[in-house]
Design a protein around this ligand. Structure first.
Ligand code: HEC
Ligand code: HEC
Length: 310
């Protein structure tokens, strides 16, 4: 080997002839090493680094932020203070918009492209943080859980005022088990379920519709909450039963006629938000948890951006 003559060895020899070359470290590696040493020293001066006598070197860099009590603080650099400072900056940028929204009526907010953009972006964030767990990310809701907010079907009303009321005070639609007839038989519930399905043209047994209709408008008392036309009453949040839009009755699994009848029957027999009901869902009140401006942004977001507002 020619290298044997050019390169110095360490002088170690194993098994009689196995030697170790003493090659110099590559130049790029040496420079990289010095550069990282220099970088580390500069870093120690700027940022918190070594532990020293029960504390640590805090570094010369500082962060100034306003804490929750409104006090201005300057501290050595740390990621919590930096986060606070970033949030201060963000809040300061948002404040003029929130102030403007607080002072502007809903219709004018909708007509103002700048405010509309703000509603779409900050509304999306507020919705994702507070509402999407139940109403899903796009507001499309989930059967058996929380209503769709993107369609034009409203339990409690789709005007700005009604939506704001829903958010401020929360909502709880209550339907008693068996309607107003505690002695309702299983057969009667089946007839009622078929009548209800017939109202929106879903698969049903036509021979039971007349009996179901008589019960609906009579002994079972359904008409007193859902109306004689079964289109519901937003004052008490009773569902429109004629529009093929279901929140509780028709689970996505109910593909066959029998399964649909069974799903509607379950609602009729056990009610909604009734103590023994399997169907439970309450819209929490946000008054006190979100600011008035945040609630206004969310109201406009649900009405204008999600798009089902009346
Ligand atoms: C814990 C689950 C849950 C959360 C969180 C939640 N909701 Fe609801 N929401 C519901 C349920 C359930 C209903 C239906 C209540 C009823 O009528 O029984 C509802 C109803 C509504 C309604 C009325 C819909 C209609 O058809 O009239 C609006 C508007 C609404 N929610 C908006 C929001 C907004 C905005 C947020 C976030 C600030 C939010 N909800 C957070 C569960 C939730
Ligand atoms: C005391 C008032 C009241 C009476 C009486 C009543 N309902 Fe309801 N019903 C409601 C309310 C309120 C809701 C919506 C609850 C919610 O969404 O939280 C509802 C929902 C329903 C639903 C679910 C709709 C869906 O979207 O899945 C069906 C089906 C239904 N009612 C059928 C009936 C029938 C049939 C009767 C008669 C046996 C009846 N209701 C009697 C108040 C009533």
């Amino acid at each position: 080997m020619s290298q044997e003559n050019e390169v110095e060895t360490t002088g170690h020899v194993w098994d009689g002839d196995l030697q170790e070359y003493n090659n110099p470290l590559p130049r790029w590696w040496i420079w990289g090493f010095y550069a990282s040493v220099a970088f580390a020293i500069v870093y120690w001066f700027i940022y918190p680094s070594w532990p020293v006598a029960g504390h640590f070197l805090t570094g010369f860099d500082t962060v100034t932020y306003v804490n929750n009590k409104g006090e201005k603080k300057t501290v050595h650099w740390n990621s919590r203070a930096e986060l606070m400072a970033n949030m201060n900056q963000y809040a300061a940028k948002q404040k003029p918009y929130f102030d403007k929204i607080a002072a502007t009526p809903f219709k004018k907010i909708k007509a103002d492209p700048g405010l509309n953009d703000f509603i779409a972006s900050s509304g999306r964030t507020l919705f994702a943080d507070n509402c999407a767990a139940c109403h899903q990310a796009g507001g499309q809701g989930k059967i058996g859980f929380a209503p769709n907010l993107t369609d034009d079907d409203w339990l409690h009303g789709g005007t700005y005022k009604a939506i704001q009321q829903s958010i401020v005070n929360g909502r709880e639609g209550v339907m008693p088990a068996k309607g107003l007839d505690p002695n309702m038989t299983d057969k009667q519930a089946t007839a009622l379920a078929n009548y209800v399905l017939s109202l929106s043209g879903e698969p049903h047994d036509a021979t039971l519709v007349a009996q179901g209709s008589a019960l609906f408008h009579g002994a079972a008392g359904c008409f007193s909450c859902h109306g004689a036309n079964a289109k519901g009453n937003q004052l008490i949040g009773s569902a429109n039963l004629t529009d093929k839009i279901w929140l509780w009755a028709s689970s996505p699994g109910a593909q066959t006629k029998a399964a649909k009848v069974e799903a509607v029957k379950q609602v009729i027999l056990t009610g909604i938000n009734d103590p023994n009901s399997i169907h439970k869902g309450v819209m929490p009140a946000w008054k006190g948890r979100l600011s008035g401006e945040q609630i206004k942004v969310l109201t406009a977001y649900v009405h204008d951006t999600l798009g089902g507002g009346e």
